[in-house]
Design a protein around this ligand. Structure first.
Ligand code: HEC
Ligand code: HEC
Ligand code: HEC
Ligand code: HEC
Ligand code: HEC
Ligand code: HEC
Length: 404
């Protein structure tokens, strides 16, 4: 008896040690990666860099890139090419500057075929200094990729650890059950085993048909990151019915061709995974669907693009986009996540009933400027004895609102 007990203690000790070691290793590896990254990142962290980057992105990026010619010249290190005073005058009002007869200003204007750059009289000299700092330092790229990769690894090792710990526990229980004579220990181990089974069984059942993260392969590798992110195209330019109707809809080929009649080659940033040839090939598929042959001649052979649906609620649920986007004023990102960073869209939210209801319980209805709601609000506020009314209190938990 005595020997068996000591044996158990020993195995427990070993198990605990193993457990601690597994926790300790990946996190210390993570720390050292972080240390390296922060050192490199400091130049991207100054206030003026951040300010310059954000002004550049919002006011200049539609016509300028850093490293290459776009509609205007590439602006990387432009501070080395021109005097600061020259740049200030040019950026604030290039038209007036040219009219004053500055030779360089007139030359660069002619070089770009007389395309007019907008004037930015609202920018101060500090703003312009910040922009220049950004054009000098540039974007962080490789460092970001390292950080992301290490995060992914971290996630992977976590899942692996959970399985291992579970395995150790189950083995421990089996060992006690078959080898030990201690009746009490046996009962306890059986109870733990049943609890584990119920826990895993239940979470497996709860996850049936929950497609969070679902990312099907699309007929064209259309990138939201390139369109909505890099090129800042509004979500509703393409998903124009989100405001007015039940569905958001997927844009037709015609909408794509508004831009792609002109853009037939890809000239933007590339990644290790996808190079220029890859993106050109994808645009070629679009042109083909829109009825253009390989020489760029219109042959009229139209073919709808068969996009694969990512989000799909069961037929017995009623969900309405305009109610949420227009009436409630919710951001797309609230439910769809950072779509503008997704190379290909995936399902960000679980879309379960609990997910809908949780938000209805938390979200207060904005009643400003709406008489109908203002009246209901008074009555409900009195009924619940509160000041704020949530969607749930307005009826957002009633079965009939979401189920046909
Ligand atoms: C509507 C498009 C457009 C926008 C927006 C724009 N630019 Fe330009 N920019 C041009 C064009 C085109 C040129 C080339 C000269 C010309 O045609 O006037 C140019 C030229 C320049 C030059 C001169 C480059 C050289 O080689 O001398 C600088 C500097 C410059 N832009 C900075 C900016 C900054 C900073 C912003 C944002 C605050 C900005 N631009 C926004 C179109 C634009
Ligand atoms: C240039 C046009 C365009 C823009 C801009 C655009 N989208 Fe899309 N979106 C599409 C196309 C085409 C698809 C279908 C292909 C796919 O799923 O990748 C799509 C699919 C989606 C889907 C998945 C639909 C499904 O099948 O369930 C969501 C969600 C979505 N877009 C949200 C957004 C959001 C949010 C934005 C703004 C940040 C945005 N889109 C901007 C064209 C666009
Ligand atoms: C309150 C959450 C929520 C918000 C906010 C929201 N969506 Fe959706 N979206 C959904 C759900 C849920 C579905 C699945 C609908 C279905 O299967 O019937 C969906 C589906 C879609 C689809 C697939 C086509 C369709 O209409 O079924 C697109 C595209 C889309 N959303 C784009 C957008 C855009 C663009 C915005 C912002 C203007 C937006 N969504 C805002 C929850 C939301
Ligand atoms: C408002 C303008 C606009 C619309 C509308 C538009 N695009 Fe684009 N598209 C762009 C720009 C800008 C680029 C990047 C070009 C570059 O950087 O050289 C691009 C790049 C692409 C690429 C190559 C990169 C990638 O995403 O794989 C494909 C493929 C593409 N578009 C397909 C489509 C399809 C399909 C539609 C319609 C659903 C569409 N585009 C609608 C402006 C647009
Ligand atoms: C991010 C928060 C959020 C999520 C997630 C959400 N909703 Fe809503 N929903 C709202 C808000 C806010 C309103 C109130 C709009 C208004 O002012 O009438 C609302 C209203 C509604 C209404 C009208 C209720 C009424 O009393 O008239 C229905 C129906 C509805 N939602 C269905 C759904 C369904 C189905 C889902 C899940 C697929 C869902 N919602 C997910 C925020 C959300
Ligand atoms: C805010 C919207 C909303 C309300 C209110 C709501 N449901 Fe649901 N319900 C859903 C959604 C969305 C699904 C689909 C979930 C899925 O596919 O995982 C669903 C699924 C179901 C299912 C199928 C089982 C399942 O989980 O897939 C049943 C049964 C159900 N609801 C009953 C009810 C009853 C009863 C009520 C009233 C007490 C109610 N629902 C109120 C949105 C709602």
């Amino acid at each position: 008896m005595e020997i068996v007990k000591r044996h158990i203690k020993l195995t427990r000790l070993v198990a605990c040690l193993a457990f601690l070691m597994f926790f300790a290793t990946p996190s210390s590896a993570q720390e050292s990666v972080e240390a390296e990254v922060t050192e490199d990142l400091s130049q991207y962290q100054t206030e003026s860099y951040k300010k310059g980057r954000s002004i550049f992105k919002s006011k200049c990026a539609s016509c300028h890139k850093l490293d290459k010619k776009f509609i205007g010249p590439g602006l990387s290190n432009i501070g080395d090419k021109r005097e600061v005073e020259w740049l200030q005058e040019w950026i604030k009002d290039n038209g007036a500057f040219r009219a004053s007869g500055d030779a360089d200003a007139i030359a660069v204007f002619n070089e770009y075929g007389g395309v007019v750059m907008s004037a930015f009289p609202e920018l101060s000299n500090e703003d312009i200094d910040a922009i220049l700092e950004y054009t000098k330092v540039g974007e962080k790229k490789k460092v970001g990729a390292v950080a992301e990769a290490s995060e992914e690894e971290q996630e992977g090792s976590d899942a692996w650890m959970v399985y291992l710990v579970t395995l150790i526990i189950v083995l421990g229980i089996l060992w006690v059950f078959f080898k030990s004579d201690n009746g009490f220990l046996k009962i306890v181990s059986v109870i733990i085993l049943i609890l584990l089974l119920v826990y895993y069984g239940f979470s497996a059942l709860m996850n049936l048909d929950v497609n969070e993260g679902y990312q099907p392969i699309q007929p064209i590798a259309f990138s939201h990151k390139i369109h909505a992110g890099d090129n800042k195209i509004e979500c509703q330019y393409c998903h124009s019915s989100a405001k007015h109707s039940k569905t958001s809809g997927i844009p037709s080929v015609n909408v794509c061709m508004n831009c792609h009649l002109l853009i037939q080659e890809y000239d933007g940033d590339v990644t290790a995974e996808h190079n220029k040839e890859f993106y050109d090939g994808e645009i070629a598929k679009l042109l083909d669907a829109a009825g253009y042959d390989e020489e760029g001649q219109y042959d009229g052979k139209l073919e709808p693009i068969k996009w694969v649906r990512v989000h799909n609620l069961p037929d017995f649920v009623y969900y309405n986009h305009s109610q949420h986007v227009n009436v409630a004023g919710l951001d797309c990102a609230k439910c769809h996540g950072p779509v503008e960073e997704m190379e290909e869209v995936y399902q960000y939210s679980p879309l379960t009933m609990g997910w809908c209801i949780d938000c209805h319980k938390e979200t207060q209805v904005d009643l400003k400027g709406n008489e109908y709601y203002a009246n209901i609000h008074k009555q409900l506020a009195a009924k619940y004895g509160v000041n704020k009314v949530t969607v749930a209190q307005l009826g957002g938990k009633e079965c009939g609102k979401c189920h046909y």
